[in-house]
Design a protein around this ligand. Structure first.
Ligand code: 0OR
Length: 456
């Protein structure tokens, strides 16, 4: 297999033309790219990793040449500017990995762009699975990401509105790629593109019909605080839209479809682009917010209850008075009973227990969103996404998603990340620089309740 790989690579990864004849070398035949594509596609996953390690290591930068040129550059600093600039340009050229030209050629053949996306997807998955720790592969990933960022820059992408009249295969793709609220049947997807709903996707001319990232919006009179309102059956008369009723746009689902575009931040750009689109369609629209799930909260809470339960003493995340109230309802030992009720969703069958738990779970969830960190950024990835976009952590909603999924994920709670348009630029820069989370009074009060009443 190694020799077959060598063979193919030697034939398809053309050497970097000498600096003097760059741009004048004969065009590379498309057959080169097709041979590379077909060979790569014929490999098993494990072989793909080995192949990519070989490409990145043996067909990347000529480190020897670069070292010599770097020395020459240092020498040239004593000469005139033209000589120095020449030396810099020569060094820059030889820092170009050989495989970069190969990727460029591949991007220009039919299906080549999709192939490169899938290839970067394989690289990302191999790195995530720790199937490789080759620094050369990381370099290849970075090179490919920057090439894809050029080819998929927003100015070159097309914004497509998806409606019930869109091609079946596009509606089917949207349904299959949906990553937040699974589409169960045609009725679901018909509602999500029907009256008072919008669905937009970015597409690239090189991959027509392939939604790269798509966003679902509900057009409402006020910012929705629960998902059932958005999915609930609407009375049939609302077949047309009364634009005077459209005052808020609620983003309730966004999904990227290409792993290979990770880090290109298309989701962020799509939200901003859709805001502009909706503002032009509905001049009265002045509220923009997400209605977001809080994946991971229940698991985090159960972990907390678990670790705090030592030698029978009650965990400090609840006050003794709260434990007593709970004990009266669920019996003792309350921590054990409560953990069980939470892990099986049983607790939602008792209104009394829900009422007791409401202030407790809301302050714990606020802390999970606001206080729990991963490398100083918000631990919860959905929060981190919207905060990076410049949104404000605006409102935590009780009983917002009472589906089994919603209860298992976050004890039925959802959160609105509000996009105050004039502030998003500054908010985004501040969050990325200082990691400080922009939050509303409600959130800050809940967080201070947590800090007063719960001991982590
Ligand atoms: C939230 C999404 C769309 C962000 O994608 P994007 O803006 O392209 O960010 P990035 O992956 O380029 O950093 C993406 O991470 C995704 O599809 N996540 C799973 C579904 C979800 N909405 O959490």
């Amino acid at each position: 297999a190694a020799s077959a790989m060598e063979e193919v690579l030697r034939r398809t990864v053309v050497p970097l033309p000498a600096y003097e004849i760059q741009g004048k070398s004969p065009p590379v035949p498309e057959s080169n790219s097709m041979e590379f594509i077909n060979f790569y596609r014929s490999l098993e996953t494990s072989q793909k990793v080995a192949f990519l390690e070989k490409v990145s290591q043996e067909f990347g930068v000529d480190h020897q040449a670069v070292a010599e040129l770097a020395l020459k550059l240092v020498e040239s600093q004593k000469r005139d500017a033209a000589t120095m600039l020449q030396a810099e340009d020569r060094l820059r050229y030889y820092l170009t990995p050989r495989y970069l030209a190969l990727f460029g050629h591949i991007s220009r053949v039919e299906g080549g762009m999709k192939f490169l996306l899938d290839l970067r997807g394989d690289v990302i998955e191999a790195l995530a699975a720790k199937a490789t720790d080759s620094p050369h592969i990381r370099g290849l990933n970075a090179t490919l990401k920057s090439m894809l960022s050029e080819w998929f820059s927003v100015g070159l992408l097309k914004l497509e509105r998806i409606t019930w009249k869109s091609p079946c295969e596009l509606l089917q793709k949207i349904s299959q790629y949906e990553a937040v609220h699974p589409v169960r049947n045609w009725t679901d997807i018909k509602h999500r593109v029907g009256p008072y709903r919008r669905c937009y996707a970015f597409t690239n001319g090189a991959m027509p019909g392939e939604p790269l990232v798509f966003l679902h919006v509900a057009l409402t009179e006020e910012i929705t605080d629960n998902i059932q309102t958005i999915f609930g059956g609407r009375t049939s008369q609302e077949l047309t839209e009364d634009e005077k009723k459209v005052k808020a746009a609620v983003f309730y689902s966004i999904s990227s479809t290409q792993v290979g575009l990770q880090g290109v931040e298309l989701g962020n750009y799509l939200i901003k682009r859709v805001v502009r689109e909706l503002q032009s369609e509905f001049p009265s629209l002045d509220q923009f917010s997400s209605l977001s799930p809080i994946p991971g909260f229940t698991v985090w809470l159960l972990g907390l209850l678990n670790q705090q339960r030592n030698d029978g003493r009650r965990s400090k995340i609840l006050m003794d008075t709260e434990w007593q109230e709970i004990e009266r309802l669920v019996g003792s030992p309350a921590p054990e009973r409560l953990r069980k009720l939470l892990s099986t969703n049983e607790w939602v069958h008792s209104e009394q227990l829900m009422d007791i738990l409401k202030p407790i779970l809301m302050r714990l969830c606020s802390w999970y969103l606001y206080g729990e960190k991963h490398r100083s950024y918000a631990l919860n990835q959905v929060a981190n996404f919207h905060l990076q976009n410049g949104a404000t952590m605006w409102r935590l909603n009780w009983k917002a998603d009472m589906s089994p999924r919603g209860i298992s994920a976050s004890c039925g709670m959802m959160v609105n990340y509000r996009y105050f348009l004039p502030d998003i630029g500054a908010n985004s820069a501040k969050y990325l620089r200082t990691k400080v989370i922009e939050a509303s009074e409600q959130i800050l009060n809940l967080v201070s309740q947590f800090q007063k009443n719960s001991k982590l």
